[in-house]
Design a protein. Structure first.
Length: 473
């Protein structure tokens, strides 16, 4: 089927038959749900409009298999990400694909409010009554008496009864179609496929929020054969989670959502009052760095200022009329790891905020340089803090590496925290990403409430630029 990739790029890069098999355990229901979702997308002809959201859990690797747009979400946050996609592109067909530990536990608030909002998105909820990926712990849908890793004697009434999510969602005003289906025999599988098709078709028709709960087998954590697991779902789960439509209302098409505007002037008015919009200094987009869409990554330990520098770059680019995004990732920096930010700057519109292969890397510590240095594109630039990094690792051919004593210069100025502004000065000098005046206007804007710090930051920027100039002379 064309909706599935010809070869599944899994973590072990399997070839042959292994390159065309999923990671799911024998008898797991996820594979069938994937198949029905793919068939529905193909039947409705919306492959090029579909975005699938998969969070943490056994569903997380959906992007390996289904040839549609994808976003990964933090645990439980798939409905929020789905709403973001739908609002950013109202013509998209958005599918939030979630398991019970994800949707009914940490993501309970997200799914309830997404459903109540009623925007046309589709949620496929795979309920196997267990936390599958993380070791078989008790889930919100685990049955009373069911033994799990965290309820070895069985779920007791004192642990609460299992949540019936389909009934809970159906009781809200927002959803228009809610159904629970199963997979334990051919008849139920046909009903499951029809429910998935209907849920997607109602979204294509812009009718409203749709939700399909699928009772699924997990032979591994039930310690049963696939056939025994199917019988368990039929005999044990169905009495607790009755099958059938819980809500199915006929509605007019949902009012069309307005298209968001990425016009720089509108974005600027969000960032600062119209009366304080800074002037523009750039005469053109810096296409010399990588065309009309440039990726930057700034990384360091917690407190190095990578996030602040990334935000300064992003706002400076917006001030010049370009589209720019800043995505932070804090990671385990408190344990000596790396905190990083992806920045993208586009002449017209950023299509993806990630910068996995950046044109420019600014690294404030050795772990960050080692982790991201090899990903910089040929012809790119790496700026690293020579004060704490002796020498850069091997980089791709054509990548320029500039060692700037950011921490050393900041210490000489008596303000260690301005080492990120030293790096910005070096960045501007080495790349001409944006004019010097643009960066300084951004610094002034950031320090509007702390004017006493402007002078030392200006000096830090100038010293960083001078250090880069010496290396490129």
């Amino acid at each position: 089927m064309s909706l599935f990739y010809e070869r599944f790029e899994r973590h072990d890069h399997g070839a042959g038959l292994k390159g065309q098999s999923t990671h799911y355990c024998p008898g797991c229901g996820h594979g069938l749900v994937h198949k029905y979702l793919a068939e529905a997308i193909e039947e409705l002809g919306v492959q090029n409009r579909t975005v699938a959201i998969s969070p943490v859990g056994c569903s997380v690797f959906l992007h390996y298999y289904l040839d549609v747009g994808h976003s990964q979400a933090a645990h439980g946050r798939a409905p929020a990400v789905a709403l973001g996609h739908k609002l950013a592109n109202p013509e998209s067909i958005v599918v939030s694909y979630q398991g019970d530990g994800d949707l009914a536990s940490i993501g309970l608030a997200e799914i309830l409010w997404a459903a109540q909002l009623g925007l046309p998105i589709t949620v496929l909820f795979v309920n196997n009554a267990i936390y599958g990926m993380t070791g078989g712990q008790m889930a919100p849908t685990t049955l009373l008496g069911q033994k799990t890793a965290t309820s070895p004697d069985g779920r007791k009434p004192a642990m609460g009864a299992p949540l019936r999510m389909a009934e809970l969602i159906a009781a809200l005003d927002g959803p228009i179609y809610v159904e629970r289906v199963a997979l334990y025999d051919a008849k139920q599988r046909m009903k499951a496929k029809k429910a998935v098709v209907k849920a997607l078709r109602l979204q294509v028709e812009n009718r409203g929020f749709t939700f399909v709960e699928v009772l699924s087998e997990c032979p591994l954590h039930l310690h049963k054969t696939p056939a025994e697991a199917e019988a368990w779902v039929k005999e044990r789960m169905v009495p607790v989670f009755p099958l059938g439509a819980k809500k199915d209302v006929v509605t007019d098409p949902h009012p069309p959502s307005p298209h968001p505007s990425f016009a720089a002037e509108k974005v600027r008015t969000v960032l600062c009052p119209e009366s304080e919009v800074p002037p523009r200094y750039a005469t053109r987009f810096p296409v010399h760095l990588g065309g009309n869409d440039i990726g930057l990554k700034l990384a360091g330990a917690g407190g190095d200022g990578a996030q602040t520098a990334a935000m300064l770059i992003t706002r400076a680019a917006i001030n010049e009329g370009f589209d720019a995004t800043h995505i932070p990732s804090y990671g385990p920096e408190s344990r000596g790891g790396t905190s990083y930010a992806d920045v993208r700057i586009a002449e017209h519109e950023v299509l993806s905020p990630a910068a996995s292969s950046p044109h420019v890397l600014v690294a404030f510590n050795a772990p960050s340089l080692a982790k991201f240095g090899g990903a910089v594109l040929p012809g790119g630039v790496v700026i690293y803090d020579r004060s704490v990094i002796d020498s850069p690792p091997c980089l791709s051919p054509g990548v320029r590496a500039l060692g700037i004593p950011c921490a050393g210069i900041a210490a000489e100025l008596g303000r260690p925290v301005v080492k990120n502004v030293v790096a910005l000065g070096a960045l501007q000098e080495a790349t001409s990403l944006l004019p010097r005046e643009t960066f300084l206007a951004g610094v002034h804007e950031a320090l509007r409430e702390r004017p006493a710090l402007i002078a030392v930051n200006e000096e830090a920027f100038a010293r960083g630029a001078a250090a880069a100039r010496e290396l490129t002379a």
